[in-house]
Design a protein around this ligand. Structure first.
Ligand code: G4P
Length: 281
């Protein structure tokens, strides 16, 4: 999904999230476990203020297990509660629910003291495009398939989805803009599909991905494509993968578009491995 985040758009989005914030007791800030830094909105702290917040590191199934732990303790050290979730396969959802009760305890007690009974705890999800907001809403609510409202600026009546006990979730997530600050962040967003192949053309993007994966470990490309990468440039590696995969056009030349799409797609689906692209600092 491509959204052009021009300043007017950001302002409108921020205002609409702030309006919804006043309706909820807790916010689930959803980020991509493969790029926990790059997938956070730069202004989220300012937008949320003191509202209780739970960071949901989604797509944990696609990220390296050890790196998941490192990021979890990083956020915990900053006193930001965090859970690892795989919303496609309903993993970590119980923790989301339990943490929601823990983090809203003060609020619930205050309501009780004022004699307010049976008032549900209300939550909303926010995050940049493609981090899995719809998937998480659907899995928390045990709904199937329904794509929830996903375009900023489109208003529709809010609905509350019952999750468990007296926990309710706003059915419309807040869609935040990604960071635009540097090339590295932009690449991370493009590698993972958060910004759809718009930063660079697909061929340059796959070239950069091969470079990056080999920096993390040469075993990923070697094991997946059964080739040796030693002393080879990303270009040579892509030619070799293309040859192996039959990405050939007339005249025997490599179909770079096709092989690039294969590499990016296989990274995004986790087929090349569970690979986290960045670690704290
Ligand atoms: P959004 O509302 O935040 O924009 O994201 P959405 O739920 O649509 O999810 C984006 C893609 O990420 C979907 O793939 C979805 O299945 C996948 N996804 C969401 N959560 C998880 C998770 O925890 N683990 C894994 N492995 N995948 C997850 P898609 O339908 O193939 O869409 P696309 O990537 O082709 O756009």
């Amino acid at each position: 999904m491509n959204i052009n985040w021009y300043p007017g758009h950001m302002k409108k989005t921020k205002e609409s999230i702030k309006k919804n914030l006043s309706l909820v007791d807790i916010v689930y800030e959803i980020i991509d476990a493969r790029i926990p830094y790059s997938s956070r909105n730069p202004d989220v702290d300012g937008i949320l203020g003191n509202k209780p917040r739970l960071i949901i590191m989604n797509k944990s199934d696609l990220a390296d297990a050890e790196s998941n732990k490192i990021w979890k303790s990083y956020f915990e050290q900053k006193k930001i509660p965090v859970v690892n979730v795989d919303s496609l396969n309903n993993k970590g959802l119980d923790q989301v629910i339990n943490m929601s009760y823990v983090l809203t305890e003060e609020k619930r007690k205050a309501l009780e003291n004022r004699g307010v009974k049976n008032r549900p705890i209300r939550a909303m999800i926010i995050g940049i495009p493609n981090v899995g907001k719809s998937t998480l809403i659907n899995s928390l609510s045990k709904r199937k398939g329904a794509k929830v409202g996903n375009r900023p600026g489109v208003t529709k009546a809010n609905q509350w989805i019952k999750i468990k006990g007296d926990l309710e979730l706003l059915d419309t997530p807040g869609i935040l803009w990604p960071k635009f600050e540097d090339k590295e962040v932009g690449l991370n967003l493009a590698f993972t599909g958060a910004i759809k192949d718009e930063l660079l053309d697909i061929e340059s993007l796959s070239f950069e991905l091969v470079k990056r994966l080999n920096l993390i470990s040469t075993k990923f490309i070697e094991n997946r494509y059964n080739i040796s990468v030693e002393d080879k440039s990303p270009y040579d590696i892509i030619v070799e993968i293309g040859t192996k995969r039959g990405c050939i056009i007339r005249g025997g030349e490599i179909d770079f578009n096709k092989v690039s799409n294969i590499i990016l797609d296989e990274y995004r689906k986790g087929v090349i491995g569970r690979i986290t692209l960045e670690l704290p600092n």
